[in-house]
Design a protein around this ligand. Structure first.
Ligand code: URA
Length: 203
């Protein structure tokens, strides 16, 4: 019975800290990922941002959204009037998935099965945070929240994703990849507008 109780405790952590311990102890998707990168921000944050997975810098530093995409997000948060410290930030997938090419670790997208593998943890995590609005940054986050595929360009904006009131928007790394300056500026403005929408809905 003691073992059964311990197993149940493992399955249903009662605090965010206990959940994070489980996530931190879980196996990475590929060998060589250093750590699980956990969500950060206050429980009770009105807005939660969900990204795809930690990148190279996040894996190295142990914090989400600290690499190039994170800096883009920081800029957009500032421009939309959201204090980063007031929001909750996390990822659908908690480990960096990559392919080693020479010295570089090249990002690889998680499969739908891998997203599903992490989904229970994400749902549990958000149930502790209880945000008013969840911002899905890109298709992987939207898939994780909804439990089924979401076409970001067609479904962009305020909508229900699973049990969450959400705003669907692009991933900040998409903005970084746009080669054309004008397209990039327009996409950035649209991204900031989506964050402002989330802020107004969370008020
Ligand atoms: N991209 C994400 O989706 N999450 C991070 O934490 C960093 C980059």
């Amino acid at each position: 019975p003691a073992r059964a109780v311990a197993a149940m405790a493992r399955q249903a952590p009662e605090t965010l800290a206990a959940l994070n311990q489980l996530i931190a102890a879980s196996a990475p998707l590929v060998p060589g990922a250093i750590r699980a990168v956990l969500g950060e921000g206050p429980e009770g944050a009105p807005i939660a941002f969900v990204g795809e997975q930690p990148g190279d810098q996040e894996d190295l530093q142990g914090r989400c959204f600290v690499g190039p995409a994170g800096q883009m997000l920081d800029q957009a948060l500032a421009d939309s009037g959201i204090a980063r410290g007031s929001a909750y930030l996390t990822n659908a997938v908690k480990h960096f998935k990559f392919e080693q090419r020479g010295k570089r670790r090249i990002h690889q997208s998680p499969t739908a099965g891998e997203v599903k593998h992490y989904r229970w943890w994400l749902m549990k995590e958000l149930s502790f945070v209880q945000p008013k609005i969840v911002v899905a940054l890109g298709a992987t986050a939207a898939l994780a929240l909804a439990g089924s595929p979401v076409a970001v360009t067609r479904q962009r904006g305020a909508r229900r994703l699973g049990e969450w009131d959400a705003v669907v928007t692009t991933h900040p790394s998409y903005l970084l990849r746009l080669p054309d300056e004008t397209a990039r500026r327009q996409a950035y403005e649209a991204f900031v507008a989506d964050l402002r929408l989330a802020l107004s809905l969370a008020a």
